[in-house]
Design a protein around this ligand. Sequence first.
Ligand code: GLA
Length: 392
Amino acid sequence: MTAVRDAWLTLLALVLLLPAVAGAKDPTVSAVPTVETFGTLPDGREVHRYTLAVPGGWRATVTDYGAILTGFVVPPREGSGGRAVDVVLGFDTLAGYVAKHPYFGAICGRVSNRIAGGRFTLDGRDYRLATNNGPNHLHGGTVGFDRKLWRATPRLSDRGPAVDLELVSPDGDEGYPGRLTARVTYTLVPGGELLVDMTATSDAPTVVNLVQHAYWNLAGHGSGTIADHELVVHADRYLPVDATSIPTGSFEAVAGTPFDYRPERQPRGRVAEALGKLPPGAAPGDPRGIDHGYVVRGWEPDGRPRPAAVLRDPASGRALEVFSDQPGVQVYMGNFLDGTLVGKEGAVYGPNAGICLETQTHPDSVHHPDWPSQRLEPGGTYRHAMRLVFTP
Ligand code: GLA
């Protein structure tokens, strides 16, 4: 009798253990991210690409060049018979990212977005920065954080596979004061969440505003435009800009304007509503869509995550909810994409091929002492946590 019972128990143990054993060999199970060589920089340094995978087919790829999110694969909804889709615009090779491109998937810094005239004053000293966007400074300058090689460490965190990236930006880098250490961690959480945790410390007073600049297209990165996507922006006010995209200084109500993507709207607003319909001067140069900062509803400087935006592809039902602890979000509808860039799998990225939902402090804050500050003191820590929740 005992022998029979033991045999049953052994069998039971085997049945229970088998999936775990098989799982260990299954690349889609949470594990330390895998690493591969992504290419070599002109100066000979090797660039890597990390793949974060969790059960169900979710996958994020990240490179240490620019701390760029090169891909994000959303698996098909269970039982839908659909296909897995990569929802991030980008390139298959390092060469694409080394060539000129509009910050695809990158972490931008030291101060992303614009600084009017490329100048600011800190503690009575004037600083001059590169004017790489008309008369203004954009996304950290000529060689911003998106063009630096970060030091990467892959690991399995308690939330899921993660990559820690670290960049030391020396004192005077691109004209900014202070030696700044920036750290970004990408974590893929089982079930379809991507966490982007950004911090920075400095040995002298400086300014910082890091953004994650992924272009999303929930129908697939090469599927055409995001015009049909539903959009929610958790904001009652936006930042009007001048002819060079610098905020004029006021926060205006979105109600009754093409900037209205408030969550109450039923049915939800579509990206298409804003395309080509902005008031003159609202989107300088090329009014093909929104490229503006919004004031996140209910923001307080308490470090708590709040909803910033929701994007949904009505055809597939795929959705992305963006949460962050930042006071603002820049909504950029890929207005300047013009079809000259050939991306992953030969995709051609034309106008509005993707949308950026860049949580951050308000653009040009260095010139608005009454806005949430971009200033960082030695001994202090800049923090920016983003949580991207996907629905397959
Ligand atoms: C940001 C800016 C845009 C544009 C893109 C990159 O989102 O707000 O105006 O410069 O980056 O092309």
